[in-house]
Structure formats: structure tokens, C-alpha cells
Ligand binder design. Structure first.
Ligand SMILES: NC(=O)c1ccc[n+]([C@@H]2O[C@H](COP(=O)([O-])OP(=O)(O)OC[C@H]3O[C@@H](n4cnc5c(N)ncnc54)[C@H](O)[C@@H]3O)[C@@H](O)[C@H]2O)c1
Ligand SMILES: O=P(O)(O)OC[C@H](O)CO
Length: 335
């Protein structure tokens, strides 16, 4: 039984999971960067930055990440920061991670190493007891106790059993291919951006679901090559999270695609404080596909638009009609 859990990252997902699992643990310590947020969580049981209206459970305590006091007393540590921060954070707390279960929820890929979060965590901590939790999981709905499915990805089945109780509030499925579960979360963010881009040009239902099917086909082609779990396609980390993020405007990745497609923001862009994981992992997913001999035309087009190498309309035309054919042009001279 895991009685004390440390959660690194007092953001939307860290706070939401603190609320959700604190009903199944003796204590949850939420580590944040801002003293005022730590004070608010401890004094008013509220995280004003993310869930100002939510009264947090009384067994959630907050501490500053600096010094990570109390982490040594936790049986499990959950990493809930943007993927770009995982390596530096795990490196900083690695001495406190021995003999613990480490849980990652970050849906990103390190570039240019192309390593997943669990690969980074193992490199920095030398602790193999790593589990990924991933699925159709908007943090606010997690925080407010709504039903949610999630896949527990773990190479060691005993870890899945250990976490089944802690995450018993979720509807769970399981995979022994931890890396494949993580890569589902990376892929779905990329295609969510693409769905936003597409829907900014095409608003009909047939067009929307035609593109969604094209994305899911490419995602499954990738997973067939890299996943040892032949059932991954129907699991919450894959089908559920792909559909949630690509279809729902609450998704930051889908919203990014909509804003780019509507020219509301130009790329490359600086979005301080907002976690857009897909834009940081699209290049890595294309390169990882290439390493496995997998062509990723849709992810490539998404990258082209994100990086200003193509417009969304050209992208759509290319998707529908294929690359432009070279036709011999007869020049008719005027006069
Ligand atoms: N929000 C969701 O619905 C959701 C659901 C599932 C998974 N995730 C994943 O969880 C991860 C975290 O995303 P989020 O949505 O919680 O982002 P967020 O922007 O809501 O919160 C990120 C938090 O991490 C903190 N942080 C950033 N760098 C840090 C550092 N170096 N040290 C300590 N704290 C640091 C920030 O201050 C912020 O509080 C992402 O990979 C995301 O894909 C998010
Ligand atoms: O807001 P997004 O696009 O980062 O998606 C959040 C979660 O990953 C949904 O499962």
C-alpha cells in the first residue's frame, strides 16, 4: 500500500492528481515553484493558479520544489511537469528517488535524443520502477472527480498491481509496453494540433472525421512498428486520448492548431506559461518514425505549417490530392 505520494509540479495535472489520489493515500505532498501557491494550498486548501474554486482535500500538503523536503518519506513520486523540464528535475531529486515507484504523466519526447520520459527518468535516477499513467484525462475533469479512463503502462506487472489501488478512482486498462503507452500520448498531441489546423479550414463533419481517420491510421501504422502490445490501439492511452484531444476545444494542442490555422498566432511563437506539448514533439516523432522506416506524411505536414514552411491550405491540398505534379507549362506570349 502506497501511503505517501510526492507530486512534482503544482500545475493543472499535478494538482488534479493530488486531489484524485489523496482519497486513496494517507498524505500527498505537492511540490511547486511559487511560495504563494504553496501558501495558498496549505492555508486555504486551494491552488489559485489552476483551480481557484476547488477545495483541496485536507491531506494534501504543499512544499517548495527547492530542497524537495519530505520526498524521502514518500513511497511514490509522480512527475507532472512539462516534458522539457523532466530531465533537469529528476536529476535534481535523483538522490531521493531510490527504492521508490516513479510515475510519469508527462506526454512529450526529448529532442534530439528522442527519448521518452521513462527513458530519461531511468537515466537520471537509475531506478527501474517507473510507471506511466496516460489516457483521456483533462485535468479539470480529473480534479472535479468525473469518470476517466487511464492506461497504466509498466514493464513490471507488480508495479501495475501496486498502483491499481492508488488509481482505483479511474477505469483502468494496462500495458506492459511502457514506452508505447508514452508514445501514444506524444502522437495524439501532434495529431490534435493537426485536427485544429484542419478544422480551421474545413468545418463539415465528413471532412473532420476523414482527417481524423487519416491521422489515426498514421498513428496506428507507427504503433504497429514500435509496440509489443498488440492491443494498444484500443486502450485509453491510444484511442481514448487521441479522440479526446483531437475533437475537443478544451485541448491546448487542438486549440494551438486552430489558432495557427486561423492565423491568430504566427509560428514560431513564444507561449510562456502554457504547456503545448505537441509543438515540441512533432519533429521528434517524425525522426523516430524515420528511424523505424515509417513515413509520417501527416505529422510532416503539421510540422511544415507549425514552422511556417507551408500554409494550411497547401497542406490540405497535398493531403487530398497528393504532392503537386510537375506539368509542362506552354507559355502563351501575349501580343
Ligand atoms: N493538463 C492536462 O489535462 C494533462 C493531462 C494529462 C497529462 N498532462 C501532461 O502533464 C504534463 C504537465 O502538464 P500540465 O498540463 O500540468 O501543465 P501546466 O502548465 O498546467 O503545469 C505545469 C506546472 O509545472 C511547473 N513547472 C514547470 N517547470 C518546472 C520546474 N522546472 N520545476 C518545478 N515545477 C515546474 C509549472 O510551474 C506549472 O505549475 C504535460 O506533459 C502534459 O502533457 C496534462
Ligand atoms: O490540453 P492538452 O492538449 O495538453 O491535453 C491534455 C491531456 O493530455 C488530455 O488527455
Amino acid at each position: 500500500m502506497i501511503s505517501r505520494v510526492g507530486i512534482i509540479g503544482a500545475g493543472s495535472m499535478g494538482t488534479a492528481l493530488a486531489q484524485r489520489i489523496s482519497s486513496r493515500a494517507e498524505e500527498v505532498i505537492l511540490y511547486g515553484r511559487k511560495q504563494e501557491v504553496v501558501n495558498s494550498i496549505n492555508d486555504e486548501r486551494c491552488n489559485p493558479d489552476y483551480f481557484p474554486g476547488l477545495l483541496l482535500n485536507p491531506n494534501i500538503r504543499a512544499r517548495l520544489i527547492a530542497g524537495n523536503h519530505g520526498l524521502e518519506d514518500c513511497q511514490a513520486v509522480l512527475i507532472a511537469v512539462p516534458s522539457s523540464e523532466v530531465r533537469s528535475i529528476v536529476h535534481a531529486i535523483s538522490h531521493d528517488l531510490a527504492n521508490k515507484v516513479i510515475i510519469t504523466v508527462s506526454k512529450g519526447l526529448e529532442y534530439p535524443s528522442l527519448k521518452t520520459m521513462s527513458e530519461i527518468i531511468f537515466e537520471e535516477s537509475n531506478n527501474p520502477n517507473i510507471v506511466c499513467i496516460s489516457g483521456p484525462n483533462f485535468a479539470d475533469e480529473i480534479a472535479y472527480g468525473h469518470i476517466a479512463g487511464a492506461t497504466i503502462g509498466a514493464a513490471d506487472p507488480s508495479l501495475s498491481t501496486m498502483l491499481s489501488d492508488l488509481f482505483g478512482g479511474f477505469i483502468l486498462d494496462f500495458s506492459d509496453d511502457l514506452r508505447a503507452v508514452e508514445l501514444c500520448g506524444v502522437l495524439k498531441n501532434v495529431y490534435a494540433i493537426g485536427a485544429g489546423m484542419w478544422d480551421s479550414v474545413y468545418g463539415n463533419y465528413n471532412e473532420h472525421y476523414t482527417f481524423l481517420n487519416m491521422c489515426y491510421k498514421e498513428m496506428c501504422r507507427f504503433l504497429r512498428e514500435i509496440s509489443s502490445d498488440r492491443e494498444i490501439f484500443t486502450k485509453f492511452c491510444c484511442f481514448g486520448d487521441f479522440n479526446l484531444t483531437a475533437n475537443v476545444d478544451k485541448s491546448r494542442n487542438r486549440t494551438l492548431g486552430l489558432m495557427v490555422g486561423k492565423n491568430i498566432i504566427k509560428t514560431p511563437y513564444l507561449e510562456p506559461g502554457v504547456t503545448f506539448e505537441g509543438s515540441k514533439s512533432v519533429e521528434g516523432i517524425i525522426e523516430l518514425g524515420a528511424r523505424h522506416g515509417i513515413d509520417m506524411p501527416i505529422a510532416t505536414l503539421i510540422s511544415d505549417v507549425l514552422n511556417g514552411r507551408s500554409s494550411i491550405r497547401n497542406t490540405v491540398e497535398t493531403l487530398i490530392r497528393g504532392p503537386p505534379r510537375r506539368t509542362s507549362r506552354r507559355v502563351v506570349r501575349a501580343g
